[in-house]
Design a protein around this ligand. Structure first.
Ligand SMILES: C[S@@+](CC[C@H](N)C(=O)[O-])C[C@H]1O[C@@H](n2cnc3c(N)ncnc32)[C@H](O)[C@@H]1O
Length: 258
C-alpha cells in the first residue's frame, strides 16, 4: 500500500488513496505519526517514497521496535548512516538506560534513532526515518519548528488503558492535567497548507467526530466528503484521501489556513 501511485479515480477496493494534488503537496515533506505504536511499518510502507522525513514518535518506541535498521533487506534503500541520541546505551545486546543520580529514569525516555537511506531508484534522493521514544505532545510543542511539518497523523488511539489520551485534533484540552489544547500546536507546526490524518481518535472537531467509529469504509467516508470544503475556526479542511480504517475510517485532510 504505497500512496505514491498515480490513481486518479479510486475504487471501493482501493486500500488507500491520496489525490494527485495532495501527493504533490507532501512530496519531499516531513510527516509526524504521533503515538505510532506498532503501526510504524504501515506508515513507512505508505509514505516512504513520498516524504523525506518520517517522524515515528511513541512513548515506548524502543520497547516496541528493535534497533535493527527498519529498511534492512529492502533492495531499494541503502543505509548510509544510523545515529543514536538520548540516554540509552547497549548492554548485553539489550538496551538499558544509565542511572541518573542513582535512580533509573523512565525507560528509554527521549531516546532517538535516525536512519538515513539512499534511494537507489531516485538519484540524489535521501529518506530519513526518525524513531523517538518521547511524549508526542512534548515533541510537537518543544521540538517542532513553526511550519516545519507537511503532515500530522494520529489514529487508533484512545483515552482508555494503553491509549495516550492526547488530543491533537480537538478544541478541548486533554482529559488530564492543565495542558493547553494541542490543536494550536498542530496548526503552528503544520505548513500553511498541510495534511492531517485521523480516524477521529481523541477528537472533538465535528467533522472528525462524524467518522469516528462509523460503520462505513474509509472509501465511503471519503466519497461522502470529497469536493466539499469545511470551515473549522480559521482553517479550511477538505478530504483528499484515506488509509485503511482503524477505529473507524481513517481520512486524509488538506488543511489550509483561511
Ligand atoms: C492505543 S495505542 C495506538 C497505537 C497506533 N496508533 C495504532 O493505531 O496501532 C496508543 C499508543 O500511544 C502510546 N503513548 C501513550 N502515551 C503517549 C504519549 N504521551 N506520547 C506518545 N505516545 C504515547 C502508547 O505507547 C501506544 O503505543
Amino acid at each position: 500500500m504505497n500512496l505514491d501511485q498515480r490513481v486518479e479515480f479510486p475504487s471501493p477496493e482501493s486500500k488507500a488513496f491520496l489525490s494527485v494534488g495532495a501527493r504533490d503537496l507532501i512530496r519531499d515533506g516531513s510527516l509526524l505519526h504521533a503515538c505510532v505504536g506498532l503501526d510504524y511499518q504501515a506508515t513507512i510502507e505508505t509514505f516512504h517514497s513520498l516524504c523525506a522525513d518520517l517522524w515515528l514518535v511513541d512513548l515506548h518506541t524502543f520497547k516496541k521496535t528493535a534497533l535493527l535498521p527498519l529498511l534492512l533487506g529492502q533492495p531499494r534503500y541503502e543505509l548510509v548512516e544510523q545515529q543514536f541520541t538520548g540516554r540509552f546505551m547497549v548492554a548485553s545486546a539489550r538496551l538499558r538506560e544509565p542511572l541518573v543520580d542513582g535512580r533509573a529514569p523512565p525507560p528509554f525516555s527521549a531516546s532517538r534513532c535516525t536512519e538515513i537511506y539512499r534511494d537507489r531508484e531516485v538519484p540524489g534522493r535521501l529518506l530519513r526515518l526518525h524513531r523517538l521514544s518521547q511524549c508526542a505532545a512534548d515533541f510537537l510543542q518543544t521540538e517542532c519548528k513553526p511550519e516545519s511539518l507537511t503532515a500530522i497523523m494520529h489514529n487508533g488511539d484512545s483515552s482508555g488503558e494503553g491509549g495516550s489520551g492526547l488530543r491533537f485534533f480537538s478544541m478541548a484540552p486533554e482529559h488530564e492535567g492543565d495542558r493547553p489544547t494541542l490543536l494550536g500546536d498542530v496548526y503552528r507546526t503544520l505548513k500553511p497548507t498541510g495534511l492531517i490524518i485521523s480516524d477521529g481518535s481523541n477528537c472533538d472537531l465535528p467533522h472528525l467526530i462524524k467518522v469516528r467509529r462509523a460503520k462505513c469504509s474509509s472509501y465511503e467516508a471519503w466519497r461522502d466528503l470529497e469536493g466539499r470544503d469545511l470551515i473549522c475556526g480559521a482553517h479550511r479542511w477538505s478530504c483528499v484521501g484515506w488509509l485503511p480504517p482503524r477505529y473507524g475510517p481513517t481520512l486524509i485532510w488538506k488543511v489550509t489556513a483561511a
